[in-house]
Write a protein that binds this ligand. Structure first.
Ligand SMILES: *[C@@H]1O[C@H](CO)[C@@H](O)[C@H](O)[C@H]1NC(C)=O
Ligand SMILES: *[C@@H]1O[C@H](CO)[C@@H](O)[C@H](O)[C@H]1NC(C)=O
Ligand SMILES: *[C@@H]1O[C@H](CO)[C@@H](O)[C@H](O)[C@H]1NC(C)=O
Ligand SMILES: *[C@@H]1O[C@H](CO)[C@@H](O)[C@H](O)[C@H]1NC(C)=O
Ligand SMILES: *[C@@H]1O[C@H](CO)[C@@H](O)[C@H](O)[C@H]1NC(C)=O
Ligand SMILES: *[C@@H]1O[C@H](CO)[C@@H](O)[C@H](O)[C@H]1NC(C)=O
Ligand SMILES: *[C@@H]1O[C@H](CO)[C@@H](O)[C@H](O)[C@H]1NC(C)=O
Ligand SMILES: *[C@@H]1O[C@H](CO)[C@@H](O)[C@H](O)[C@H]1NC(C)=O
Ligand SMILES: *[C@@H]1O[C@H](CO)[C@@H](O)[C@H](O)[C@H]1NC(C)=O
Length: 681
């Protein structure tokens, strides 16, 4: 009795002890499942060697673009993948990297995901060896190295199948056991699409289970392709030891690129969690962080100043033609996809005149067909020598890089070549709303349904810019010629060249365009401060323009000595209780009366002279979808509000008729930019 009495607690204690130890061990080993969307807030300090450092933005920079630079970064704790002497735990990882070559001719060498018994790879060589091995120990079974390389230069054994731009699986040697040109399978078919490893942000996945390694790469904007690029049987049991470090290595050689890791997720005995692509680090266009919190007006102003300084800095660099490879890098990293110049050159038949689809202030737009996938694109070639063009470029990319919405003309990528700056957009087949309304193909009239649908689409696009994206983006140049119509007759808002760019106090020769006459809210002309409300104003003008089929302003001409101002006219019709008189006669009265009335009244409401009285884009979309009734606001039409005396006449005073005429050379009669206004002062 006594002996069993003393045995029980003893057993209990042993059991308890066993659970504690076992539990602790289990939780320690099975808890290896981490996700880093950027590396500046990691709870663990990574083991960084060589040139590696973490930028304030959170980007992990492995190498810069100097010769023979090596960088390593490891998760600080060792991992144990051995279950038994011949059985390895499965693991899975996903990461986003960006390789920025030193010139348009390409860079090198590459980066690798690495399992290594040590974080100290002293003596490793740069170049082909990627900072992992050297000529002495290459191929040595005692290295215990497993690596997946993303290499932009020919493999070690030149002439072997490993072309530049390839992915390889390496065991203890830089001579890969398997390599494939970097590409991905489209939708589980046999069709492969090339991935240029140094063309921007690329995501890679490596999954190991049951003796098979799968490697997959894809451009950032794609989900993980269903079929892996490589699926290779690999015996890792002789390779990994019971204490391995997991991380990355990269190096440059004669060819040079900077190598970045932007996010990394890793998991043992499971599938690596998805990275949150929307919060991956973007490069530091260093802003004053305190001003970020004092409201978006300050933000806009701050950004504008920064962009200006930044622009001036770039221009200076370009002028001196002494671009050191490192200099443009920080803003280059921001943008999702970099095209090769030669691809764009061939796609547009060498920027042939016959491929021109538009000419803007500082840019020519070409239609192109990408040889890689046959996709049609619009390539905007910026005339670089103009300082304006440069700033437009920086601003446009800055805002557009990460914006994605079905009612926006999405930026697919960009390219810089000598003095040429190129932006690649979705190609929108049906041209601009302006040309469909005012220069339609023979006998074509936009139906009311199409018009209403386009207007609703643009409202959704603007709502996204104003409220749904991570920052408030003010378009600043909403107008019919910036609305493009896609194959399904949906409206897409384009040309963000002016977004968030405001040029303070520059002399009149270089003032930036701040909008288009006829769409400029009255407060803009007084204060020059663009806001979401001034976008709403321009959207209101667009509503009227589309419903009435008339341009917002028609200058005095031989038939009439007065300027025709659409808003005034619709307002008069409204006051007279005859608002439907304003409707575009070309629709032959085929329309839904309630919808047309809604659009016209909403147009007046949005273009209310007082910015605070205008609806927000969220309210606008609710009115358009009839979720909310359009309120009857007395004063949006109050005759005494001197509704327009403030707007157009003041402009027309400033702008001589000559200026208007001279700007009418292009097809956009009636639109003049405020740069000519200011120059006319
Ligand atoms: C993975 O699961 C196996 C059992 O299936 C276990 O032995 C091993 O310790 C686990 N590894 C880790 C790191 O959790
Ligand atoms: C990481 O490094 C920082 C700065 O060197 C230090 O303050 C911090 O304590 C370190 N954190 C850990 C978990 O080691
Ligand atoms: C690149 O990194 C190496 C190693 O850290 C350093 O010596 C070199 O100065 C760096 N080059 C530039 C241009 O920053
Ligand atoms: C390795 O472990 C898995 C599951 O833990 C098991 O299904 C498999 O048979 C083992 N393989 C060997 C060679 O022991
Ligand atoms: C190659 O690397 C090994 C291990 O890191 C090192 O001991 C050796 O000195 C290196 N050889 C050369 C020639 O640098
Ligand atoms: C792949 O599948 C997606 C969705 O299933 C589809 O939108 C896309 O057009 C497909 N791509 C090709 C090339 O078939
Ligand atoms: C690797 O790919 C093959 C073929 O698609 C698939 O059957 C297998 O499940 C994949 N293995 C892992 C670990 O993802
Ligand atoms: C990504 O991060 C954003 C911002 O923190 C968050 O709102 C969103 O829910 C995250 N998405 C995922 C899939 O975790
Ligand atoms: C980390 O990076 C993110 C974005 O990349 C930035 O918003 C944040 O301020 C950074 N945090 C620190 C502590 O620098």
């Amino acid at each position: 009795m006594a002996s069993s009495f003393s045995l029980a607690p003893c057993l209990l204690f042993l059991l308890f002890f066993f659970f504690i130890v076992n539990g602790a061990a289990q939780s320690q080993s099975s808890s290896l499942d981490f996700v880093y969307n950027g590396f500046n807030r990691t709870e663990k300090n990574f083991t960084l060697k060589g040139a590696t450092f973490i930028k304030p933005s959170g980007a992990l920079k492995l190498t810069n673009r100097s010769r023979d630079v090596i960088g390593h970064a490891f998760y600080p704790d060792p991992i144990n993948l051995l279950k038994s002497s011949n059985n390895i735990s499965s693991f899975s990882t996903s990461f986003v990297f960006s390789i920025i070559p030193s010139g348009s001719d390409g860079g090198g060498y590459g980066l690798a995901f690495l399992l290594s018994p040590s974080t100290d790879l002293q003596g490793a060589d740069s170049g082909h060896y990627l900072g992992i091995l050297n000529s002495t120990n290459d191929g040595d079974g005692s290295n215990h190295i497993f690596a997946v390389e993303f290499d932009t230069v020919n493999g070690l054994n030149e002439g072997k199948s490993s072309e530049g731009n390839h992915v390889g699986i390496n065991i203890n040697s830089m001579d890969s056991v398997a390599t494939e040109p970097a590409s991905y399978y489209v939708n589980d078919t046999d069709k492969k699409e090339e991935v240029n490893l140094d063309s921007g942000h690329i995501q890679a996945w490596i999954d190991y289970a049951d003796g098979v390694v799968n490697v997959t790469v894809a451009p950032l904007f794609l989900d993980k392709p269903m079929r892996p690029l490589m699926s290779k049987k690999i015996e890792l049991s002789g390779v990994v030891t019971n204490s391995m470090y997991v991380g990355f290595s990269a190096s440059t050689g004669e060819e040079r690129s900077s190598h970045y890791i932007l996010g990394w997720s890793f998991c043992i005995n499971g599938t690596a969690r998805q990275l949150n692509l929307s919060i991956l680090p973007v490069p530091p266009i260093e802003t004053d962080s305190s001003s970020l919190h004092t409201g978006f007006k300050v933000l806009i102003a701050g950004l504008a100043v920064i962009l200006l300084v930044f622009g001036a800095w770039l221009i200076r660099l370009l002028y001196r033609r002494k671009m050191k490879p490192e200099d443009l890098e920080d803003w280059e990293l921001d943008y999702p996809h970099r095209f090769r110049y030669k691809d764009l050159y061939t796609s547009t038949k060498g920027f042939k005149v016959s491929e021109v689809i538009g000419v803007g202030g500082f840019a020519t737009v070409y239609k192109g067909v990408l040889a890689t996938n046959g996709n049609e694109v619009a390539v905007k070639k910026i005339v670089q020598s103009l300082t304006q063009g440069m700033r437009e470029f920086a601003a446009e990319i800055e805002s557009l890089g990460r914006l994605k919405h079905k009612n926006l003309v999405n930026l697919q990528g960009w390219c810089k070549h000598k003095n040429d700056l190129l932006l690649v957009y979705d190609y929108i087949p049906n041209g601009s709303l302006d040309s469909l309304l005012f220069h339609p193909p023979d006998n074509f009239v936009l139906s009311w349904d199409q018009r209403f649908n386009i207007l609703k689409g643009i409202a959704a696009g603007l709502l996204y810019l104003h409220e749904e994206w991570e920052k408030v983006v003010i378009h600043r140049d909403v107008k019919a010629s910036n609305v493009l119509i896609d194959a399904d007759m949906n409206g897409r808002l384009g040309d963000f060249g002016l977004a968030r760019l405001y040029d303070h106090g520059k002399n009149s020769h270089t003032t930036s365009v701040v909008g288009t006459i006829g769409y400029l809210a009255p407060e803009l002309t007084r204060t020059g401060k663009a806001s979401t409300a001034s976008d709403v104003f321009a959207y209101g003008v667009l509503l009227l323009e589309v419903a009435c089929g008339k341009r917002p302003i028609r200058p005095a001409n031989s038939q009439s000595s007065d300027h025709f101002i659409l808003m005034d006219w619709v307002f008069e019709c409204y006051q007279a209780g005859q608002i439907l008189d304003a409707v575009d006669p070309r629709m032959n009265s085929v329309y839904v009366v309630e919808e047309v009335e809604l659009v016209l009244r909403l147009g007046l409401f949005c273009s209310h002279p007082r910015p605070e009285a205008r609806p927000t884009m969220r309210q606008v979309t609710r009115y358009l979808s009839r979720d909310d009734p359009l309120p009857i606001v007395d004063d949006w039409a109050a005759p005494d509000s001197s509704r327009f005396s403030d707007i157009s006449p003041r402009f027309l005073e400033i702008v001589s008729t000559d200026t208007i005429r001279s700007s009418c050379r292009s097809s956009s009669v009636g639109y003049i930019s405020s740069s000519s206004i200011q120059a006319g002062r």
